[in-house]
Ligand binder design. Structure first.
Ligand code: SF4
Length: 329
């Protein structure tokens, strides 16, 4: 059994316009010391899926299974989820200012978090650990910076403070939701380096949610591609980049700037499906250049196109040479 396992997760929300089916049958897993990249555009359900497993989607209708080290997450009560958040699953988000309180020094915030979860820890011991954590995420002069307020840090440094805070209780999983989206490229690389350090030092499993395949290429061991609340393709990183099967993955890769395609980026035409009334067949069908009759009639099963853990929810044959025949038939 993997450290974190999510199986057939469904999440929906009641709204004045109807029921939004944000996540529909999503499964993934990640093990200690590994990084799972969950990639997809806005509204693909990637953040809702991970927020649900840590109890951050109150009011949502949820079904499926999610376990951390064998412990049930979806059936956990509020107190258990509060214990799990921070102590077992650390989280960082795109905007550290939404998680760091502007009125309190960063050191105080880290110390309070440690002491809230570990009641026997003295202030002095928690402060010492906070300094070590700031040092581990490469905050210069941590003994001085521990007494700074969040606004006294740059964007990249604030994100590193967030990583320190998320790791304060040595969680086994770090969920990072678009952690570098608001940062420029150089600072982004520094923050990703810090995440790698943390993983190496603590054996942490990382779930990295991003719309950026470049970040996935840099960080992930395995990748889940989401679209319209569903998993389109799941594969080891190398397979995803070099042996992908799903047309949506193909579209994402063609819209990724590389040294070889400067000036020839191909955007995916069209818009994502409404999650109020998702299409009955493949959710990508209205935008897919390969779509044929069956695609809009029945949802494709997530089958194994190449063996192993590689799956793709697409009716197309595995062999690319057979694709045109399938489309024309
Ligand atoms: Fe395209 Fe059909 Fe595959 Fe969906 S199932 S991605 S519409 S070919």
């Amino acid at each position: 059994m993997a450290l974190l396992e999510v199986d057939d997760l469904h999440v929906s929300f009641g709204t004045p316009d109807g029921v939004v089916r944000a996540v529909r049958g999503v499964s993934f897993s990640v093990d200690r010391g590994r990084t799972l990249g969950i990639v997809g555009e806005s509204g693909s359900g990637k953040s809702v899926a991970t927020q649900t497993i840590v109890g951050l989607t109150r009011g949502a209708r949820v079904s499926g299974r999610a376990t951390l080290d064998g412990e049930d997450l979806l059936g956990a009560d509020v107190a258990a989820l509060q214990r799990i958040r921070g102590a077992k699953i650390g989280m960082i988000f795109q905007d550290p200012l939404s998680s760091l309180h502007p009125y309190y020094k960063v050191g105080w915030q880290i110390v309070e978090m440690i002491r809230a979860h570990e009641r026997g820890t003295s202030k002095a011991a928690a402060r010492k650990r906070a300094i070590e954590l700031l040092d581990a995420v490469r905050i210069p002069s941590p003994k001085i910076r521990i007494d700074n307020y969040p606004h006294e840090f740059s964007g990249g440094m604030r994100q590193r403070v967030m990583i320190a805070m998320a790791m304060a209780l040595r969680p086994s999983v770090l969920v990072a939701d678009e952690p570098t989206t608001a940062l420029d490229v150089t600072v982004q690389a520094q923050v990703l380096d810090v995440m790698r350090d943390v993983q190496r030092d603590f054996g942490t499993a990382i779930v990295l949610i991003t719309h950026d395949l470049g970040v996935v290429a840099d960080m992930a061991d395995d990748v889940v591609v989401m679209y319209g609340g569903q998993v389109m393709e799941r594969a080891a990183k190398r397979d995803l980049f070099y042996r992908h099967h799903h047309p949506y993955t193909e579209g994402l890769l063609r819209s990724l700037p590389t040294a070889g395609n400067a000036g020839m980026l191909v955007p995916i035409a069209g818009t994502p499906p409404s999650l109020l009334s998702p299409p009955p067949g493949c959710p990508f069908a209205p935008r897919c250049t390969y779509a044929f009759d069956r695609c809009s009639e029945r949802p494709p099963p997530a089958e194994i196109p190449g063996g192993g853990a590689h799956t793709s929810a697409c009716w197309l044959p595995v062999e690319r040479a057979d694709r045109q025949r399938a489309v024309a038939s």
